[in-house]
Design a protein around this ligand. Structure first.
Ligand code: HEC
Length: 135
């Protein structure tokens, strides 16, 4: 966990120039992605960020989430993965848990099946961004 926190601090210092030049509607989600996720998942989410050299597990290509899940983006599952409710290889694994990082902006949202979900606005923004970059 301490290592993940250190990674986050490093990532926060990444310049915004790693942004892909594509125009995305979800600016907030893209900014969060660039600041907190791109170091590992790559500027375009394809799993080739500079931090991958330091990790012992492969970093998934986030543009293929829907494809790997039978064609539909599993929104609720991904919200829970990012905020940390679903452990990825258990808590303290290689994928940082963002629930504790993105605190202070809790919101209720309707999931695709109408399921009410309470999470942080930043988790919603970044997951919407991930949904927008599916191939
Ligand atoms: C320190 C590197 C690192 C950072 C930073 C990071 N991730 Fe990850 N992420 C991983 C690794 C490694 C995995 C694979 C975990 C595993 O296999 O247990 C993963 C898995 C995932 C998955 C699951 C993908 C799938 O298809 O199963 C999602 C979604 C995800 N990350 C989203 C994010 C988001 C959103 C952020 C930023 C808010 C982020 N990650 C930041 C390393 C990172």
């Amino acid at each position: 966990m301490r290592r993940a926190a250190l990674v986050l601090v490093c990532l926060a210092a990444l310049p915004a120039t790693v942004l892909p030049a594509t125009a995305q509607e979800n600016v907030a989600g893209r900014e969060i992605f660039v600041g907190a996720c791109a170091g590992c998942h790559g500027a375009e989410g394809t799993g080739d960020g500079p931090m991958t050299e330091l990790l012992t597990v492969p970093v998934p290509d986030l543009t293929g989430i829907a494809e790997r899940d039978g064609g539909t983006f599993p929104w609720l599952k991904i919200v829970h993965m990012v905020d940390g409710r679903t452990g990825l290889r258990g808590h303290g694994g290689p994928m940082p848990i963002f629930g504790a990082v993105f605190t202070g902006d809790a919101v209720a949202a309707d999931g695709p099946q109408g399921t009410p979900v309470i999470t942080s606005q930043r988790v919603l923004d970044v997951v919407d961004y991930l949904m927008s970059i599916q191939r």
